[in-house]
Write a protein that binds this ligand. Structure first.
Ligand code: CU
Length: 187
């Protein structure tokens, strides 16, 4: 699933976002951005999440395009979408997600049966080298409860993914408005 072009795009996007988020407390240190932009091995997770620089990150596991959609209305939940993948090793299980600035993050799965869409919480989601786990509208997603006002569109916040074996992957998620989709669109 990995190719050069999306990685390059992600790196360029991350760099431009960091530039925009210069005033935010969530913005990474300038030297982190500078070192990443000159690195040949640009990381889709962003400069702060380069596994080579972070011995705590799970080996061979990466998170692609993490995006938070803010609540459509105050008090409503937001949602986090991403793809978690690995390029080597035994299959893994995603067991928990933590989002800075969010009171509670729950993994959910949406299902449509007989034309009725519903969602349930799930305790874990497996993924492997052959089969990344996609969290996207209509399937798996992470529901975000008690989203703090400090999370603004156009900024980023840190997200930590915990695997069943205790390994973790930390990265920064882009924060976006809910747009016109509303809460049902966030499922
Ligand atoms: Cu949900």
């Amino acid at each position: 699933m990995r190719s050069v072009i999306p990685v390059a795009l992600a790196a360029a996007l991350a760099t431009s976002l960091f530039a925009l988020a210069g005033c935010s407390s969530n913005a990474p240190a300038p030297e982190a951005s500078a070192s990443a932009s000159t690195s040949a091995a640009a990381n889709p997770l962003g400069p702060d999440a380069n596994p080579a620089d972070n011995p705590d990150n799970a080996p061979h596991v990466s998170v692609v395009e993490p995006v938070i959609k803010l609540p459509a209305a105050p008090g409503s939940p937001g949602v986090l979408y991403f793809t978690i993948q690995q390029d080597a090793g035994k299959p893994n299980t995603l067991a928990a997600v933590h989002v800075d600035g969010v009171g509670r993050a729950e993994m959910h799965e949406s299902k449509t049966e007989n034309g009725v869409t519903s969602m349930d919480s799930v305790s874990s989601v497996e993924f492997s080298q052959d089969k990344p786990a996609e969290f996207k509208p209509g399937g798996y997603h992470v529901m975000l409860f008690d989203v703090e006002k400090s999370l603004k569109p156009g900024t980023q916040t840190e997200v930590t993914f915990t695997l069943a074996n205790g390994d973790k992957v930390s990265t920064f998620a882009q924060i976006e408005d809910a747009g016109g989709s509303g809460m049902m669109g966030n499922m």
